[in-house]
Design a protein around this ligand. Structure first.
Ligand code: SF4
Length: 467
């Protein structure tokens, strides 16, 4: 295997291309139709939109069905082992397709590409190129290089790369995802992200404010700011609170959200911006990970359970009706029954609106994998996970039951998946709400009276539409 890695002099070729001047590298070649399949988190959804922008500017056509494509890109996730297994299985299926479609080009991009490196080519030698998250400018070069035979690899992590000059092509809708920061400097021991996404870097505030203005012009009503630790945003002059205030000034943007913040960076400036800016939703996803200070230390989460508890109390005191969700990992290295009960009790005390809950699984390359003993049995992890899921389901249902009879402002997103006569949308607190369409339209901000609930959905009727 002789993968090609571009030299420093090759890299600036595409960096130099200004957004307004398309580089038609497909001239004289068969038209390239590209299908992107996205795995993992919203950062990847946002990156796929970035790739669509790069490819479209370079003369490629984006298609929304695999059957219509002659270039297939998998934009992958490495956060859990099963995410990688899923992609490897998908690649086997695409290999079969390649055997009957001789012009099919297959590329793997994103976190798993960066994590597996040449091992990915060993596992799937029919893959034509592998690009890490900082190498998307080289997509056209990678696709074009396929004619020369050897797989193309670009896994350069570039602290200077923020793609700020490149316009993504977004899927239509009411909510736009806007990456404001890339990479992570936190180094939590269980996490692969700092190794596959590199060091933290923030896009200058004035460019982001211009982005929001453009999103409004394109018809988006809500923007979700994305970053690995979104609230550690700092462009050298402005912090995350400054950014929220500046974005709130953009006329006609209805709602601003962000994900995911790190509790250690939840400063007073952030709380003040959330409390003062009407457009910033009263909702936060605040990863806890563990309720045991001992386990948090082993995870290198940089806060204690007590500090987290105080932060939540401070936020709730300053921001009325704050909706809080979280991430929790059970069975981390060294987690005893007592540690687990501290997590359980803290979840019961805080009463999250919702939670993403996982069993710990070691990821090759992380600090925990290298230095800690994965000593909780899988059976025990499963028991602990079931206990907190049951706890959380009950709490979510109770919180939602408390909303029956209340009226909520809902941004209409589209047809309900289960009933074509109903729309669905999200409340300010990011609760999915379903209601009869009547005279409302997608993009309206309507008032819905909550009549019944499940643990995950509010069901109601329109009391006035639009606002
Ligand atoms: S803060 Fe921790 S969990 Fe989040 S991306 Fe960074 S290293 Fe991973």
């Amino acid at each position: 295997m002789n993968p090609k890695i571009p030299t420093e002099t090759q890299l600036p070729l595409y960096k130099a291309a200004p957004p307004s001047e398309p580089v038609n590298i497909t001239q004289g070649q068969a038209a390239r139709r590209v299908y992107i399949e996205t795995y993992g988190c919203q950062m990847n959804v946002s990156d796929s939109e970035l790739m669509s922008g790069i490819l479209t500017r370079n003369g490629y056509e984006m298609v929304d069905r695999l059957e219509n494509a002659n270039v297939v890109l998998l934009n992958t996730c490495a956060i859990r082992e099963n995410a990688e297994e899923k992609v490897l299985n998908r690649l086997k299926h695409l290999d079969h397709r390649k055997q009957v479609q001789s012009d099919l080009v297959l590329g793997v991009c994103g976190c798993m590409a960066q994590h597996m490196k040449t091992k990915l080519i060993d596992a799937a030698p029919y893959v034509d190129f592998v690009l890490g998250p900082d190498a998307y400018r080289n997509l056209p070069m990678a696709i074009n290089s396929v004619t020369t035979g050897d797989p193309f690899l670009d896994l350069t992590l570039d602290k200077g790369e923020d793609y700020a000059d490149l316009a993504p092509i977004r899927v239509d809708g009411v909510r736009a995802w806007l990456t404001i920061q890339r990479g992570c400097d936190k180094m939590c021991t269980f996490c692969i992200v700092p190794f596959v996404r590199g060091r933290e870097r923030s896009i200058p505030m004035h460019l982001l404010v211009d982005d929001v203005k453009r999103l409004v012009d394109e018809g988006f009503k809500e923007v979700v700011l994305l970053g690995q630790t979104v609230n550690s945003y700092n462009d050298g002059t402005h912090n995350f609170g400054d950014l929220l205030f500046a974005m709130s000034e953009v006329e006609a943007i209805e709602r601003i959200r962000f994900t995911s913040p790190h509790p250690s960076d939840a400063t007073d400036a952030l709380i003040e911006a959330m409390a003062s800016c009407d457009k910033v939703c009263n909702q936060i996803h605040l990863p806890l990970q563990s309720g045991s200070t001992k386990v948090l230390k082993a995870m290198r989460r940089t806060y204690t359970a007590e500090a987290y508890r105080e932060l939540v109390a401070k936020m709730r005191a300053r921001i009325p009706n704050l909706s809080i969700s979280t991430d929790v990992i059970v069975g981390f290295c060294g987690e005893t029954e007592t540690d687990f009960m501290e997590t359980y009790n803290l979840m019961a005390e805080i009463r999250y609106d919702s939670a993403f809950m996982f069993k710990y699984s070691s990821r090759e390359g992380t600090l925990a994998d290298k230095t800690l003993d994965d000593d909780v049995s899988d059976k025990e992890k499963g028991c602990r996970l079931r206990e907190i899921i049951e706890l959380q389901e009950g709490i979510s249902h109770e919180i939602n039951q408390g909303l029956i009879g209340e009226t909520a402002a809902v941004l209409v997103e589209g047809e309900s998946r289960r009933d074509p006569n109903r729309y669905q949308g999200k409340t300010d607190g990011f609760k999915t709400t379903v209601f009869p369409k009547e005279n409302s339209q997608v993009g309206d901000l309507v008032r819905v009276k909550v009549e019944s609930v499940t643990a995950h959905t509010l069901i109601g009727s329109l009391v006035a539409a639009p606002l």
